[in-house]
Each structure stands twice: as structure tokens, then as C-alpha cells.
Design a protein around this ligand. Structure first.
Ligand SMILES: O=C[C@H](O)[C@H](O)COP(=O)(O)O
Ligand SMILES: C=C(OP(=O)(O)O)C(=O)O
Ligand SMILES: [Mn+2]
Length: 459
């Protein structure tokens, strides 16, 4: 179908849509702001602020995702569970970028396809929660819902939803984007110099030898190609990096939704690739309503309770014209359930010939609590879910086109296991996340290596 045709059809599907039509539907997981006037004034201010990304970048990501659907690329989507205002700083941002670049280098080298790099950053500030309230020592307060809504300290004042936090989240997202863009434009991701993005730990890591061998091999290949070409290849100097977040707080997303001169339709210009979380993916809900009208590529989390019929209806609502690169389905079943729950979904989508990008989130179905009260995940379950996902897609004749991970470039101890075999005792050493446990840099790199090994076995 031509792009013009697809656009014309989409326009007819969305003729009853506006950036605020979600307000007529049930909106789950949203804060109740105590002062409606303050909320409206904040939204007006947000509407006047500049956007964080452009429609041109969004459409170029859509094209790359369309290629990933066809097996010509692989998606790496990763970053914090919940960014915090306090950690919007140079070290945290550059270390996270480094680990994502290192992982993507491992994937490009091993899978022999370009990687689509998408960060869970520059806007990942809103969190859905299992419970609306939290009780400590007999005191009950509203749950922490991410820095864009309230603050994690356990006081009444801190937990009160404050709309002014949306302005701060917008500014912090812009600072993060600005720094990432400057690093990349300044040659930080230059393939001629992968040593720039070496984190200090690389020399002590159990994976050091493998990683250094690969970097040396890439250096040789780059020099060989440039000798043949007789010139330095500028295309190796920089990479594309895109942003994503869970577009949960619709008051914020609505205010960043714009029509763009010379591009049809409405774009969410707060991020390139927003997604709908598992808890807000109801067919008749506000989040699906909002997402159906924007032209960004979008994704939906798919949990173990989704039936094939429900999933097909979600696909119909979000991508009625089967537009390439428009829709990602991020399954997050858990190592224990994926073999039971995923195959019927893969079969149904294949049977109906729907065009989607399948992505495996190996984190959110594998969360557990330790006896000493830490929320954690076991590396062996994360690994198992990814390996099973490859096998199940292979058996169904579908394609796993990417992975979605919660990770950080810091040396935290939040997930158990991995090459250093972190134990429950280690969790006490450096547990920093405000919501979900993240892979540290070593564990994240190990995941990239095991993806390459697994794909190699299937090839
Ligand atoms: O990040 C994901 C969800 O917000 C999170 O897993 C919910 O966590 P909770 O069960 O602690 O509320
Ligand atoms: C909330 C999240 O995931 P899910 O919606 O899959 O539970 C998340 O990605 O942080
Ligand atoms: Mn999470």
C-alpha cells in the first residue's frame, strides 16, 4: 500500500480523534490532582514549550522499525525502570549510553544486522503501580508513581501529586536529550574509537577477554574497509539513538501532541517511540484511545492474561491499515509462563497476517521479592525467557525482532546471578532503583552476548 493511501485511510479511522478524546474513556493509573486550575495552567504552559523530538526523526525510526519487522535490523530498547530527577546527571547519562552502545556493538557484530538503538530515557518518569497506596508502620499514603507525579519519600507532602512536576520532567528530559545528542554528535559513538565508550570495569569483567577480542576485530575490519575504499568512512562516526517511554500520564502526553507543518497528522513530540504498559492496555481505555490517533511508532506490552482475540482487537485499534513499522508488541510473560502463553498469540497474529514487530521484555514477568524484602530478578530467569522466546518464535514461524530491558551503566546490585553470581547478601551493597531492579552493566553485556550465542545456534 502506498504511504499516501495508508495516510488517507488512517485519517478516516481517526476522524473522531483529538489529542484530548482520551478524556471520555476510563483512564487507569492516573493521579488525581487536587487542584484542577493548577493542572490546567501547567498544561497550557507545557503546550507552549518546545518539543523534545521532531516528526522527521520519528518517521525515520518508523522506517527502521519496519526494517526490523522484516529481519533486516534488530531492536535494542533499554534503560531505567524509572528515571529520577536526582539522577539526571552527566555520569548516569553517559554510563547508560556507553552500556547501550557496547551492547549494540556486540549485537551488530554477532547478528550481522544493524541495530535500532532506543533508550528508555529522556522521559521515563511515570510509573504504574500494583497498589494505589503503601502502608508503613501503620501509616498509609498514596504510592510513589514516578518523579513526574510525586516523590518517593514517605511523607504526605512528598506523595501528593503535583502537576508542576510535569514542567520539571519536560526540562530534565530536554537536558538528557541534549547531552545524549551532543555526545553522539561529538564522536562519542565513533566506531573508529570504541575505546571511548569503555567503562572502567571492562578490564576486570568476566567478559573482558571476549569483549576486547571483538573490539579489536571490529577495529581491523574498519581499517580494512577504509584501506579498500581509500578514504575514512564518515558513516562510522556516528549512530542514530532514539528515545522511548511509557506514555502513561496522558495530561503530559496530550500537551506534547502537535500537528507539524509539512507532515500529515498528529505527533507526540515528547518522545520517538511511546509505549502502553500492561496495566493500561484495555481496549476501551483512555490509553488506547490516545495512542490510536498519533503517528509515532507505538508499542504495547502484552502480559500473560491477554487472549489471542483481545490481541487482534488491540492490533486493529492501533494499526488498522497494517502500516509497516507502526506497531511493536512487547511480550512480558515470565520464564515460567512464556512457553504456555506465547504460542497461541504468535499463531493468531501470523494467521491473520498482521504486520507487527515482536519484542521480548524479559524483565517484568520475572520480578520476585527476597526474604529480606528486596524486589529483585534472577539473571537465570531473564536469560531463560529470552532463550525460550527465540525458540518459540522459531517454532511458530514468526520473528523475534528485538529485546526490551531494564538496565543501568552503574555498578548496582539489584538483580541476582550473572557471571559474578550476585547473591541476596550482595543486594544490600548497592540497591538504588526506586521501582524495579535493573541489570547492571556486566549483566547487561552478558545478555547481549547470550542473544548472539542463541541466535547463532538457531541460524
Ligand atoms: O515498572 C513496572 C511497574 O511499575 C512495576 O513493576 C510495578 O511495581 P509494583 O508492583 O511495585 O507496584
Ligand atoms: C511498567 C512496566 O512494565 P509492564 O507494563 O510490562 O508491567 C515497565 O516497563 O516499567
Ligand atoms: Mn519496570
Amino acid at each position: 500500500m502506498s504511504t499516501a493511501h495508508a495516510t488517507a485511510i488512517s485519517a478516516s479511522h481517526t476522524s473522531d480523534w483529538t489529542p484530548s478524546s482520551w478524556r471520555d474513556k476510563p483512564a487507569l493509573q492516573m493521579p488525581t490532582y487536587p487542584d484542577a486550575d493548577e493542572l490546567a495552567a501547567t498544561q497550557a504552559e507545557l503546550r507552549a514549550l518546545p518539543p523534545l523530538v521532531t516528526s522527521r526523526e520519528i518517521l525515520s525510526l518508523k522506517q527502521q522499525l519496519a526494517e526490523a519487522q522484516e529481519g533486516e535490523r534488530f531492536l535494542l530498547q533499554g534503560g531505567d525502570c524509572a528515571e529520577t530527577f536526582a539522577e539526571c546527571n552527566s555520569d548516569v547519562i553517559s554510563n547508560r549510553l556507553k552500556v547501550l552502545l557496547q551492547m549494540s556493538l556486540v549485537l551488530v557484530h554477532g547478528l550481522k544486522v544493524p541495530v535500532v538503538r532506543v533508550g528508555r530515557f529522556a522521559g521515563q518518569y511515570a510509573k504504574p503501580r500494583s497498589a494505589d497506596t503503601e502502608t508503613r508502620d501503620g501509616v498509609t499514603l498514596p504510592s510513589y508513581r514516578g518523579d513526574i507525579v510525586n516523590s518517593p519519600e514517605f511523607t504526605e507532602q512528598a506523595r501528593r501529586p503535583d502537576p508542576r512536576r510535569m514542567i520539571k520532567a519536560h526540562a530534565r528530559s530536554a537536558m538528557t536529550m541534549n547531552f545524549v545528542r551532543s555526545l553522539i554528535d561529538g564522536g562519542f559513538a565513533d566506531l573508529h574509537h570504541p575505546e571511548y565508550w569503555g567503562l572502567g570495569w571492562v578490564s576486570q569483567s568476566p567478559h573482558a577477554a571476549d569483549y576486547q577480542k571483538m573490539v579489536a576485530g571490529i577495529g581491523d575490519a574498519v581499517r580494512f574497509m577504509e584501506t579498500l575504499a581509500g578514504r575514512r568512512m564518515q558513516s562510522l562516526n556516528r549512530v542514530d539513538f532514539y528515545t522511548s517511554h511509557e506514555a502513561l500520564l496522558l495530561h503530559y502526553e496530550e500537551a506534547q501532541t502537535r500537528q507539524v507543518p509539512r507532515a500529515d497528522g498528529w505527533f507526540n513530540l515528547s518522545t520517538h517511540f511511546p509505549w502502553i504498559g500492561m496495566r493500561t492496555a484495555a481496549l476501551d481505555g483512555a490509553h488506547l484511545e490516545y495512542f490510536r490517533g498519533i503517528r509515532n511508532p507505538v508499542a504495547v506490552k502484552v502480559g500473560p492474561s491477554v487472549t489471542p482475540d483481545q490481541l487482534l482487537r488491540v492490533i486493529d485499534a492501533l494499526n488498522p491499515d497494517d502500516e509497516p513499522g507502526r506497531l511493536g508488541l512487547i511480550h512480558r510473560m515470565g520464564a515460567e509462563h512464556i512457553a504456555d502463553k506465547l504460542p497461541s498469540l504468535l499463531d493468531a497474529v501470523k494467521r491473520e497476517g498482521r504486520r507487527v514487530l515482536w519484542v521480548c521484555d524479559a524483565m517484568h514477568g520475572n520480578t520476585e521479592s527476597t526474604s529480606n524484602g528486596y524486589k529483585t530478578r534472577q539473571f537465570k530467569n531473564i536469560r531463560s525467557e529470552i532463550e525460550q522466546a527465540f525458540d518459540l518464535h522459531e517454532a511458530a514461524g514468526t520473528r523475534l525482532g528485538g529485546v526490551h530491558l531494564e538496565l543501568t551503566g552503574e555498578n548496582v546490585t539489584e538483580c541476582l546471578g550473572g557471571a559474578r553470581q550476585l547473591t541476596e547478601v550482595d543486594l544490600q551493597r548497592d540497591y538504588r532503583t526506586t521501582v524495579d531492579p535493573r541489570l547492571n552493566y556486566e549483566q547487561a553485556l552478558e545478555i547481549a552476548m547470550l542473544i548472539v550465542r542463541k541466535r547463532g545456534q538457531l541460524a
